[in-house]
Design a protein around this ligand. Structure first.
Ligand SMILES: [Cu+2]
Length: 111
């Protein structure tokens, strides 16, 4: 009871809550991810949005090797893919069809 009251009071006083999850958007354009590095908190979501006619992917892994954590599959223009990160860590990812162009990015999840 008392704990719950304190949490409500904290939200009322500060106007925010540390537990609120957020979504960071990464735009796919010109064979790159913008921003190429996003820093988020555990529980936050990253949303990749393809804004060009070329098909792209956001695939977890490094140097063209998928690690299986997530894979957007090929996104068409206007399509998006979201993934929620529960654990702190550094998560590199890349675009499968454009590995040779070094089309890659990093998600850093920090407490
Ligand atoms: Cu691509």
């Amino acid at each position: 009871m008392r704990k719950g009251f304190c949490a409500v009071l904290a939200v009322l006083l500060t106007g925010s809550c540390a537990c609120a999850a957020e979504t960071a958007e990464v735009v796919i354009q010109d064979y790159s991810f913008t921003p190429s590095t996003v820093v988020i908190k555990p529980g936050d979501t990253v949303k990749w949005l393809n804004k060009v006619d070329n098909q792209h992917t956001a695939t977890s892994g490094k140097d063209g090797k998928a690690d299986g954590t997530w894979d957007s599959k090929r996104l068409n223009n206007g399509q998006s893919f979201s993934y929620t990160f529960e654990k702190a860590g550094t998560y590199p990812y890349f675009c499968v069809p454009h590995t040779v162009f070094k089309m890659q990015g990093v998600v850093e999840v920090k407490e």
